[in-house]
Design a binder for this molecule. Structure first.
Ligand code: EPZ
Length: 425
């Protein structure tokens, strides 16, 4: 079983370079099949979710040329199937982005329904609402969603909840609908803007991405492009919280500071030093940090994908903090694991009361999901003694060379596939 073995307490100091944004890359890869011309995508993160998505695209019949770990050329002119294999959906929920891209280009798609996951039910009712508004027929049976449309017609769509996935999915389909589509109450995350910019580089006509109203003029054809993905806001934020929690001094390079503003604001409230540069931020963790309150919200609010990481930093601050998770209904599962390390956190439904302690103590824990796994690594790096973390397959889905980057900062972390082989066992 794959594990990280971490000896806490070493000073974390130095530089880390952030990779491409996983959640932008997933939408962009799905959209890359919307043309029959070559698409060159640069700065993709070399993480498991991306590699599964590329396998799924090849499985549809497209040509996938992995130039190197961060660059890929895709040509979808040879696609022969409009059905996504169930195995891919089980491995990655973002396979549902193929509904929007295939509906846009081929006016039909058959995709397995995504299951729920560790952090919540995650329904896709808003995706379906958007596709039906565009004149697509939706049929759900035997665990599959099948959809087709004689022609997609532009529509005025108002999302009942702010949803990243449905905004991206419906935006893709609407790009090749007849007429104008307006999406109201759209999600505004940086990765939405990146997907919209990618589609516009292929000849789509999207305006307003990054605001809550997106206007799209449908086109009949999209052309090839060459596109570089933005840096990953959440990977950057994870290292920012690592510097705070471990009282380190980390220069986080290849970031867009604007995307990190809500995280910077919270770390400053806690008393940390955060210096902003054009394409980097430096975080110096203060010895004594103050408690503060955090409520996760859609962008530009504090990201839900940063909730576990900031909670670990708050668990090491002085006083009591309140963390409210307003996006997902079950995103505090990791708190039980932190409790085993000595954290003093009480959870009532979607609110956690976090009483600061001086130091975690190392033990054996399990990562329940991707972002919680990264947060538990931060806790282990600060802890007294050795921590064994299993379930790190989750972490490898979204963080490239996480242990290698931490070792380069001075962290003592080892990846093992057999618990008996650790020098820290
Ligand atoms: C994306 O998930 C991200 N995943 C998640 O990151 C992220 O936590 C989430 O956006 C919020 O920012 C990818 O981009 C691949 P949503 P998504 O649709 O699109 C409800 C990570 O760690 N909802 O914005 O699934 C839903 O239940 C992952 O990288 C509906 O009710 O999130 C949730 O409560 C974890 N109906 C809220 O909206 C719908 O049709 C936000 O979900 C769709 C969503």
């Amino acid at each position: 079983m794959e594990q990280y073995v971490i000896r806490g307490g070493s000073e974390l100091k130095g530089e880390v370079v952030i990779g491409g944004a996983k959640n932008a890359a997933l939408g962009i890869l799905a959209a890359s099949i919307m043309t029959d011309e070559d698409v060159l995508i640069e700065n993709i993160p070399n993480v498991n979710d991306i590699n599964v998505m590329l396998e799924a695209i090849a499985h549809l019949g497209a040509k996938v040329d992995r130039i190197d770990e961060h660059n890929v050329r895709i040509n979808a002119s040879t696609i022969s199937s409009y059905e996504v294999n169930d195995d891919y959906m089980r491995r990655i929920r973002a396979s549902y982005y193929f509904i929007g891209s295939m509906l846009g280009k081929y006016k039909c798609a058959k995709v397995p329904l995504p299951g729920g996951c560790a952090i919540g039910a995650r329904p896709i009712d808003q995706h379906i609402k958007g596709f039906e508004a565009l004149n697509a027929k939706i049929n759900i049976s035997r665990g599959y969603l099948s959809t087709e449309a004689k022609a997609l017609k532009g529509a005025h769509i108002y999302f009942d909840v702010v949803t990243v996935g449905a905004t991206i999915n419906v935006m893709m389909a609407a790009c090749m609908a007849e007429g104008q589509t307006i999406i109201e109450n759209a999600a505004r995350e940086p990765h939405i803007v990146d997907v919209a910019n990618f589609l516009n580089s292929m000849g789509a006509k999207i305006k307003g991405a990054g605001t809550d109203t997106i206007r799209i003029k449908g086109v009949s054809k999209l052309h090839g492009t060459q596109y570089t993905i933005i840096p990953d806001q959440i990977e950057a934020g994870t290292f920012m919280c690592m510097a705070a929690a471990c009282r380190g001094d980390i220069l986080i390079k290849n970031v867009i500071p604007k995307h990190l503003e809500s995280i910077t604001a919270k770390l400053l409230e806690m008393g940390n030093v955060v210096q902003e540069f054009d394409e980097a931020v430096r975080v110096i963790g203060a010895e004594h940090q103050r408690h503060t309150d955090v409520k996760t919200l859609p962008y530009p609010g504090f990201p839900t994908d940063m909730q576990p990481q900031i909670t670990v930093a708050l668990a090491l601050a002085e006083g009591a903090s309140i963390v409210t998770e307003s996006v997902f209904e079950n995103r505090f599962k990791y708190v039980d694991e932190l409790g085993r390390m000595g954290a003093d956190i009480r959870v009532e439904r979607n609110v956690a009361v976090v009483d600061g302690i001086k130091r975690f103590s190392g033990t054996s824990i399990s990562a329940p999901d991707l972002r919680a796994g990264a947060a538990l690594v931060i806790a282990a790096l600060q802890a007294e003694g050795v921590t064994h973390i299993d379930g790190i397959g989750f972490i490898k889905r979204g963080y490239e060379e996480f242990d290698k980057k931490i070792r380069a900062l001075g962290g003592v972390i080892e990846y093992i596939n057999d618990p008996n082989k650790s020098e820290y066992a």
